[in-house]
Design a protein around this ligand. Structure first.
Ligand code: G6P
Ligand code: MG
Length: 216
């Protein structure tokens, strides 16, 4: 690639292990509506916005609700989720994430968060990484969900760099697509069989070095 100037990280599933908390809160909501929601079904929600996640869950349960009811449900889920993430500490940072971000800083490579979550700032301060990034673009700043590239293009804009010198780190299929749609390279965090459109796939940020990323 052209000279690497910026790394843009998705939050949930890349920097921090929040998937289990999202799952527990959605399952609690589903159970309160009288149906179950499995861990396997939860895979469909990775990278998906809160509103869209609720629509998927209601479809799974065959449950119809008015717009007002849906707003209440999403708010209830988020209250339960906030209760769960209230317990988070720096120990919940995923392997290698903090070290990788610090390595970027040491080499003068800019860093940003590009996440669909409206809870991004809360989570970053819980895990002690709120001062680690040069830009934070979260669910409060974007109007179009991944795979739309808006979140990553806005991050590049805030960092004042061109898309062609950015690499995105993503654990969701929709997120990898968003990176591709932004014209950015992408490192998938997860399984190669799932993240087939990524330029490289590793199981965590502990498994890749900045020098490898530069040659993607
Ligand atoms: C990330 C997660 C999704 C979550 C979304 C919105 O993309 O992978 O599971 O639904 O953010 O998160 P929020 O914290 O705003 O409900
Ligand atoms: Mg994610």
């Amino acid at each position: 690639m052209k000279e690497l100037k910026a790394c843009i990280f998705d939050l949930d599933g890349v920097i921090v292990d929040t998937a289990v908390h999202h799952y527990k809160a959605w399952k609690r909501l589903a159970n309160s509506l009288g149906f179950d929601f499995t861990e396997e079904q939860n895979e469909q929600l990775k990278g998906v916005s809160r509103v869209r996640s609720l629509e998927i869950i209601l479809a799974i349960g065959g449950y119809s609700a008015t717009a007002t009811e849906q707003e209440k449900m999403a708010a209830q889920k988020n209250d339960w989720y906030l209760e769960l993430i209230g317990q988070m500490t720096p120990e919940d940072i995923l392997p290698g994430a903090k070290e990788f971000v610090e390595a970027c800083k040491a080499e003068g490579i800019k860093t940003a968060i590009g996440s669909a979550s409206k809870n991004t700032l809360t989570i970053l301060s819980k895990i002690g990484l709120d001062k680690h990034f040069d830009a934070i673009v979260d669910g409060n700043k974007v109007t179009k969900a991944k795979p739309d590239p808006e979140v990553f293009l806005n991050a590049a804009k805030e960092l004042n760099v061109d898309a062609s010198v950015c690499v995105v780190f993503e654990d969701a299929i929709a997120g990898v697509e968003a990176a591709n749609n932004a014209g950015m390279r992408c490192v998938g965090i997860g399984q190669p069989a799932v993240l087939t459109e990524a330029n490289a796939v590793v199981s965590s940020l502990a498994e890749i070095t900045l020098s490898k990323v530069k040659y993607l």
